[in-house]
Write a protein that binds this ligand. Structure first.
Ligand SMILES: [Zn+2]
Length: 172
Protein backbone atom coordinates (compact mmCIF):
# COMPACT_ATOMS: atom_id res chain seq x y z
CA UNK A 1 0.00 0.00 0.00
CA UNK A 2 1.33 3.44 -0.93
CA UNK A 3 0.47 6.49 1.14
CA UNK A 4 1.26 10.14 0.50
CA UNK A 5 1.10 12.55 3.38
CA UNK A 6 2.42 15.90 4.48
CA UNK A 7 4.20 16.75 7.69
CA UNK A 8 4.35 20.28 9.03
CA UNK A 9 7.51 21.63 10.58
CA UNK A 10 6.83 22.19 14.26
CA UNK A 11 9.95 23.95 15.44
CA UNK A 12 10.39 27.68 15.86
CA UNK A 13 9.09 29.60 12.80
CA UNK A 14 12.28 31.59 12.44
CA UNK A 15 15.94 31.12 13.31
CA UNK A 16 17.65 32.73 16.30
CA UNK A 17 19.26 35.44 14.15
CA UNK A 18 15.98 36.42 12.51
CA UNK A 19 14.16 36.32 15.85
CA UNK A 20 16.74 38.79 17.17
CA UNK A 21 15.99 41.03 14.19
CA UNK A 22 12.26 40.70 14.84
CA UNK A 23 11.52 38.59 11.75
CA UNK A 24 8.70 36.25 12.84
CA UNK A 25 8.98 33.77 9.96
CA UNK A 26 12.04 32.87 7.93
CA UNK A 27 13.26 30.19 5.57
CA UNK A 28 16.43 29.43 7.56
CA UNK A 29 14.67 26.83 9.64
CA UNK A 30 12.48 23.97 8.60
CA UNK A 31 12.94 20.57 7.05
CA UNK A 32 16.51 19.96 6.00
CA UNK A 33 16.88 18.27 2.59
CA UNK A 34 20.24 16.68 3.48
CA UNK A 35 18.65 14.98 6.46
CA UNK A 36 16.13 13.26 4.20
CA UNK A 37 18.34 12.24 1.26
CA UNK A 38 19.70 9.21 3.06
CA UNK A 39 16.25 8.19 4.20
CA UNK A 40 14.94 7.12 0.80
CA UNK A 41 14.48 3.37 0.80
CA UNK A 42 14.67 3.24 4.59
CA UNK A 43 11.96 2.49 7.10
CA UNK A 44 10.39 5.61 8.58
CA UNK A 45 7.96 6.38 11.34
CA UNK A 46 5.82 9.48 11.39
CA UNK A 47 2.70 10.66 13.17
CA UNK A 48 -0.33 8.94 11.73
CA UNK A 49 1.50 5.87 10.49
CA UNK A 50 0.67 2.64 12.25
CA UNK A 51 3.83 1.81 14.25
CA UNK A 52 3.19 -1.93 13.98
CA UNK A 53 3.84 -1.80 10.22
CA UNK A 54 7.02 -1.19 8.28
CA UNK A 55 6.86 2.01 6.21
CA UNK A 56 9.49 2.39 3.49
CA UNK A 57 10.15 5.96 2.36
CA UNK A 58 9.96 6.31 -1.44
CA UNK A 59 10.24 10.05 -1.79
CA UNK A 60 10.44 13.16 0.35
CA UNK A 61 9.67 16.54 -1.15
CA UNK A 62 10.32 19.65 0.90
CA UNK A 63 8.36 22.82 0.15
CA UNK A 64 10.37 25.89 -0.87
CA UNK A 65 9.67 27.54 2.48
CA UNK A 66 10.91 24.31 4.16
CA UNK A 67 7.90 24.30 6.48
CA UNK A 68 6.21 21.20 5.02
CA UNK A 69 7.46 17.93 3.66
CA UNK A 70 5.46 15.53 1.51
CA UNK A 71 6.36 11.90 2.05
CA UNK A 72 5.43 8.92 -0.06
CA UNK A 73 5.70 5.64 1.82
CA UNK A 74 5.06 2.04 0.94
CA UNK A 75 3.63 0.11 3.82
CA UNK A 76 4.47 -3.52 4.31
CA UNK A 77 2.74 -6.00 6.50
CA UNK A 78 5.05 -6.96 9.35
CA UNK A 79 6.48 -10.42 9.61
CA UNK A 80 3.80 -12.21 11.46
CA UNK A 81 4.29 -15.00 13.91
CA UNK A 82 2.44 -18.03 12.57
CA UNK A 83 1.10 -20.13 15.43
CA UNK A 84 0.64 -23.05 13.09
CA UNK A 85 4.44 -23.30 13.03
CA UNK A 86 5.51 -24.48 16.48
CA UNK A 87 8.95 -25.15 17.78
CA UNK A 88 7.24 -28.11 19.33
CA UNK A 89 3.89 -29.33 20.50
CA UNK A 90 5.55 -30.66 23.65
CA UNK A 91 7.69 -28.87 26.24
CA UNK A 92 10.91 -27.99 24.59
CA UNK A 93 13.99 -26.63 26.34
CA UNK A 94 14.78 -23.84 23.91
CA UNK A 95 11.20 -22.60 23.66
CA UNK A 96 10.50 -19.25 25.28
CA UNK A 97 6.74 -19.51 25.54
CA UNK A 98 4.05 -22.12 25.92
CA UNK A 99 1.02 -20.66 24.20
CA UNK A 100 -2.55 -21.81 24.18
CA UNK A 101 -4.45 -19.68 21.68
CA UNK A 102 -8.22 -19.51 22.13
CA UNK A 103 -11.00 -17.78 20.23
CA UNK A 104 -11.96 -14.71 22.27
CA UNK A 105 -15.71 -15.35 22.01
CA UNK A 106 -16.17 -19.10 21.86
CA UNK A 107 -13.14 -20.08 23.94
CA UNK A 108 -12.41 -22.70 21.30
CA UNK A 109 -8.77 -23.72 21.33
CA UNK A 110 -7.20 -22.65 18.04
CA UNK A 111 -3.61 -23.72 18.60
CA UNK A 112 -1.35 -24.91 21.35
CA UNK A 113 2.38 -25.20 21.25
CA UNK A 114 5.83 -23.98 22.20
CA UNK A 115 7.28 -20.97 20.44
CA UNK A 116 10.46 -18.95 20.38
CA UNK A 117 8.72 -15.86 21.71
CA UNK A 118 5.67 -15.04 23.79
CA UNK A 119 2.62 -13.25 22.43
CA UNK A 120 2.01 -9.64 23.31
CA UNK A 121 -1.38 -7.97 23.60
CA UNK A 122 -2.11 -5.89 20.53
CA UNK A 123 0.09 -7.85 18.13
CA UNK A 124 -1.20 -9.69 15.11
CA UNK A 125 -0.52 -13.35 14.58
CA UNK A 126 -1.39 -15.81 11.89
CA UNK A 127 -2.65 -19.35 12.05
CA UNK A 128 -1.96 -20.67 8.59
CA UNK A 129 -3.69 -18.13 6.37
CA UNK A 130 -5.93 -16.58 9.01
CA UNK A 131 -4.92 -13.38 10.77
CA UNK A 132 -5.82 -12.68 14.39
CA UNK A 133 -5.47 -9.80 16.79
CA UNK A 134 -4.20 -10.74 20.26
CA UNK A 135 -6.79 -9.11 22.49
CA UNK A 136 -5.67 -10.44 25.85
CA UNK A 137 -2.89 -12.57 27.32
CA UNK A 138 -3.19 -14.40 30.62
CA UNK A 139 -0.90 -16.64 32.67
CA UNK A 140 -3.35 -18.73 34.70
CA UNK A 141 -0.64 -20.88 36.32
CA UNK A 142 1.32 -17.99 37.72
CA UNK A 143 1.09 -17.31 41.42
CA UNK A 144 -0.44 -13.83 41.75
CA UNK A 145 2.06 -12.93 44.45
CA UNK A 146 5.32 -14.36 43.19
CA UNK A 147 4.57 -14.37 39.46
CA UNK A 148 6.10 -17.83 39.25
CA UNK A 149 4.43 -20.85 37.72
CA UNK A 150 6.30 -23.30 39.93
CA UNK A 151 6.12 -26.88 38.75
CA UNK A 152 3.27 -26.19 36.32
CA UNK A 153 3.77 -25.25 32.71
CA UNK A 154 3.67 -21.46 32.48
CA UNK A 155 0.90 -21.42 29.90
CA UNK A 156 0.27 -18.18 28.16
CA UNK A 157 -3.42 -18.17 27.23
CA UNK A 158 -3.96 -15.77 24.35
CA UNK A 159 -7.44 -14.60 23.38
CA UNK A 160 -7.52 -14.10 19.62
CA UNK A 161 -9.94 -11.99 17.59
CA UNK A 162 -10.20 -13.01 13.93
CA UNK A 163 -9.30 -10.19 11.54
CA UNK A 164 -11.26 -9.64 8.35
CA UNK A 165 -8.07 -9.92 6.40
CA UNK A 166 -8.67 -12.88 4.16
CA UNK A 167 -6.24 -13.60 1.39
CA UNK A 168 -3.12 -12.30 3.12
CA UNK A 169 -0.27 -14.75 3.24
CA UNK A 170 1.81 -14.32 6.36
CA UNK A 171 5.51 -14.17 5.69
CA UNK A 172 7.44 -17.25 6.64
ZN1 LIG B 1 16.35 33.16 9.68
Amino acid sequence: MTTTFTLRYEGAPSCVDCQREGVPLCAHVGFNPEAWDGMIGQGVHAPGLDPTYVHILRSAEIASDRKTITLVVDTERPDMMDLARHLSRRPEVTAKAAVRAVHHETGEQLEEGWYDRPLIEGMQVAIDRDVYHVAKVEHPNRDPETGAAGQDIDWQVAHLVPQPDAGVTPSR
